[in-house]
Design a protein around this ligand. Sequence first.
Ligand SMILES: [Fe+2]
Length: 203
Amino acid sequence: MKIQKAPLEFDLDVLPVGMSKEAIEDHYNVLYKGYVRKYNEIQEKLEQADQAGANATYSEYRELKQEEIFTANAIRLHEAYFAGLGGDGNCHGIALDWIDRDFGSFENWVGDLRGSAMSARGWVVLAYDLADGLLHNYATDIHSEAVWTSIPLMVLDVYEHAYYLDFTTDRKRYIESWLQNCDWDYAADTIRRFDLEKVRRAA
Ligand SMILES: [Fe+2]
């Protein structure tokens, strides 16, 4: 089975407050598209790789399967990150209802988000976890870390490449900018796309 992934397009003209076009375009064109290219290259190589010689200490197959996860998650996380930018930060509707229910209030969620974003080395993912039927802010250090049963609703990239051009080392200011630019319609769309209201009622 040959798998190939095409990069998604995003409206990069809807600039988040405090973020420059140069930084966003660099992030999209160099980082994101680079992950897509490497993911496709890995899929090509898996077609020919030596399955019989696979070995968990070192083998071509192991390296390809490791980087398949790394690039697949990098692609998905960046797509959710770009899609979730460009709003006014006003959390409303079903996303707000779910946050109120699971975090107690939006302010509580923001507090945990800030703490998670300062703790993580890579990502913070507001996710609906199918295993317990609750929202979580999952903080990860690397693309290949994941809670497998979770569906990302909003994603914050806290790698330095996401903010260094505009905020140098001031990650706190970048987090506040991200909060002001969240497009919460993206979270609501994801809830609808996966029919998560029905899933949650059944949890
Ligand atoms: Fe990134």
